[in-house]
Design a protein around this ligand. Structure first.
Ligand SMILES: [Cu+2]
Length: 160
């Protein structure tokens, strides 16, 4: 039993080594061109890792900051549905200036933390009973925030 296990372990290690040898045929442009090694093993791999990590962070940050654009309804409202469950989804919403806004808050949790939503920048606020959709309407002139009554859950309105 032990012998068999050792055998299969060494054969998987061999295939892994072969795969690595194949994928590492791409040569690091920073190294001398005649050196046969892959980017995963040369002394420049640290630089590649840093560049990759920076790119991933930058990409996720850009995506987050863009926000969700409100959709236009036939009645002239800019409307968006916000799920209230451990936070606000979406939590960054983009509106056009001086056009009426309708935020449809739908709370799908019973935690008392989120039972109220306050929009002090727009002088609005609403009680959010669980399982109901509550509309909050106003006219945004500038950007503002919304939050629960304790300020723990937060969202942002961007006006363009
Ligand atoms: Cu709260």
């Amino acid at each position: 039993m032990t012998v068999q296990h050792q055998h299969s372990n060494s054969s998987t290690r061999r295939t892994l080594h072969q795969t690595l040898a194949k994928t590492s045929s791409w040569r690091c442009p920073l190294c001398a061109s005649d050196r046969q090694h892959g980017v995963t093993r040369c002394e420049h791999s640290f630089i590649y890792n840093v560049v990759l990590i920076v790119f991933v962070i930058w990409f996720s940050w850009m995506k987050k900051d863009k926000g969700t654009r409100a959709s236009q309804t036939s009645s002239g409202y800019q409307e968006v549905m916000i799920l209230v469950k451990g936070g606000y989804t979406p939590d960054v919403i983009v509106f056009e200036k001086d056009r009426p806004v309708r935020l449809n808050f739908r709370r799908e949790e019973t935690a008392s933390c989120s039972e109220m939503v306050l929009l002090p920048d727009f002088e609005q606020g609403a009680r959010l009973p669980t399982g109901e959709t509550v509309a909050v309407e106003f006219n945004p002139r500038e950007a503002g925030e919304f939050a629960c009554q304790m300020g723990m859950l937060r969202g942002k309105l961007i006006v363009e």
